[in-house]
Design a protein around this ligand. Structure first.
Ligand code: ATP
Ligand code: MG
Length: 431
């Protein structure tokens, strides 16, 4: 064990959220131990602003609740206390113990997965339950030192992500650690220690045992935290993407052209850019992009079997979503928005008469239009069609009338064939 006194690290109280400090100090006053731990210490050491602040203590969740009125005990797998300050939540976890035989509070699944873990212990025991060495650094509110049992400070300085203990066993205990390894490596710009990296390829399959609700949450953190593209590449490299999005992965492996890959890359790039600009990211847009190619494939198969286009797309959407939900449980409002974005795509080809006006009024028009842009930029839709919609939105009423007038000599019916653009169809209504 090594203690780094205040003079030997760069964490200062001014960087710590006031609410987190309040929690630490109140615990200390009540004669409990109190530390900042996990991602916040790791991020503060990098000079970055932490996403949130986690506290570790020897007070039980019930004792924490007695100290803070604004507190709720949550969790089954890991019971902990949430202390609320308006919108900020400080998570207070009681030190985990290390003796599995102690009680029925720790339940091990037959393949080594930890299902419940509520045996409390000391800091010295808690350390070994954490995932990576750089996540196991404790900032002590008593003397502002950093306590390091696992060599986390050295790994941190060397920008190495290393799992504590035997990696294969730690991944078996909780396969989500494989996803966390990728997420942190990308976010921090750290390299995976060879021992931490090596078992991932062969253990990726273990992720299949994780409840779909938890995988959905993890998936959002992977793709919507500003590093989606790099994360996607790395997940693919380790065979983890295939577990999360099997249908998409199948499409990527059998592509006859670059469109699906390019399209996904552009979608992820865009959302990373939006994140960097501080804009909000909606999960449904990216999810619609991730599952777009499987949707196309399923719909085309159905059309080839004689289903009409509208029905084929509806059934294909059901098919694709039903399969995906078993892996990453998506809330209903998300899948509904995905459907909206998908189904509007085919409607963009109708540029004659009153239909374009009605399309403009759809709640998901903007998202669907952005989606069309992505497709147009990556060879999946006609760029001229996208231009048409850009001009249509900007046009005054007179110009809009002209743009939507039936072509001279035509029947008034749109001529465009909708469906996937392969560079063959032309926009039906050029000026
Ligand atoms: P961030 O909040 O920036 O995403 P974090 O490291 O704080 O990263 P959290 O999920 O907030 O991640 O977890 C807080 C800490 O709890 C981690 O740093 C780690 O020490 C421990 N921890 C979280 N999940 C696990 C896990 N699956 N196995 C072992 N330890 C974990
Ligand atoms: Mg955290």
């Amino acid at each position: 064990m090594k203690i780094y006194p205040r003079a030997e690290h760069c964490i200062s109280r001014s960087q710590i959220s006031e609410n987190a400090l309040k929690v630490l100090i109140r615990l200390k006053k009540a004669d409990f131990e109190a530390y900042l731990v996990g991602g916040c210490v790791r991020d503060l050491l990098l000079g970055r602003e932490p996403k949130d602040f986690d506290v570790a203590t020897n007070a039980s969740p019930e004792q924490v609740k007695q100290i803070f009125r604004n507190c709720r005990i949550i969790g089954r797998r890991f019971r902990l206390a949430h202390v609320f300050f308006g919108r900020e939540i400080i998570e207070v976890a009681t030190f985990r113990g290390s003796e599995p035989e102690e009680s029925d509070q720790q339940v091990v699944h037959e393949n080594g997965r930890l299902l419940r873990d509520n045996v409390f212990g000391t800091l010295e025991q808690d350390v070994w339950r954490r995932d990576f060495t750089v996540n196991a650094l404790y900032y002590n509110i008593r003397d502002f030192s950093v306590v390091d049992y696992t060599g986390g400070m050295q790994d941190h300085a060397a920008a190495v992500l290393r799992l504590i203990g035997d990696p294969a066993m730690r991944y078996r205990e909780d396969p989500v650690r494989m996803l966390r390894a990728i997420r942190f490596a990308v976010k921090l710009g750290f390299t995976l220690h060879p021992d931490t990296e090596q078992p991932i390829h062969s253990q990726a399959e273990l992720l299949k045992s994780i409840p779909s609700a938890r995988l959905y949450d993890e998936m959002l953190k992977l793709f919507l935290a500003g590093y989606g593209l790099q994360t996607f590449e790395m997940l693919r490299h380790y065979g983890l993407f295939a577990i999360l999005f099997p249908a998409t992965d199948e499409c990527l492996q059998t592509l006859d052209h670059d469109f699906p890959r390019l399209f996904l890359i552009r979608a992820l790039e865009n959302s990373d850019k939006r994140f960097a600009e501080g804009k909000t990211l909606t999960p449904y847009f990216l999810l619609a992009a991730l599952l777009w190619e499987p949707l196309q494939l399923a719909a085309q198969t159905r059309i080839a079997h004689g289903e009409n286009e509208t029905l084929a797309y509806q059934n294909a959407a059901n098919e694709v979503l039903t399969r995906q939900i078993k892996i990453t449980a998506m809330p209903r409002h998300i899948t509904q928005s995905m459907r909206d974005v998908w189904f509007l795509q085919n409607k963009f080809s109708k540029t004659v008469g009153t239909r374009p006006y009605r399309l403009l009024e759809q709640a998901k028009f903007r998202a669907a239009y952005d989606f069309l842009q992505l497709r147009a930029e990556t060879g999946g839709a006609d760029p001229e069609l996208f231009d048409w919609w850009t001009r249509f939105q900007e046009a005054d009423e007179e110009l809009r009338q002209k743009m939507t007038a039936p072509p001279k000599g035509g029947s008034g019916k749109p001529r465009r064939k909708s469906g996937r653009y392969r560079g063959r169809t032309k926009p039906s209504n050029q000026e």
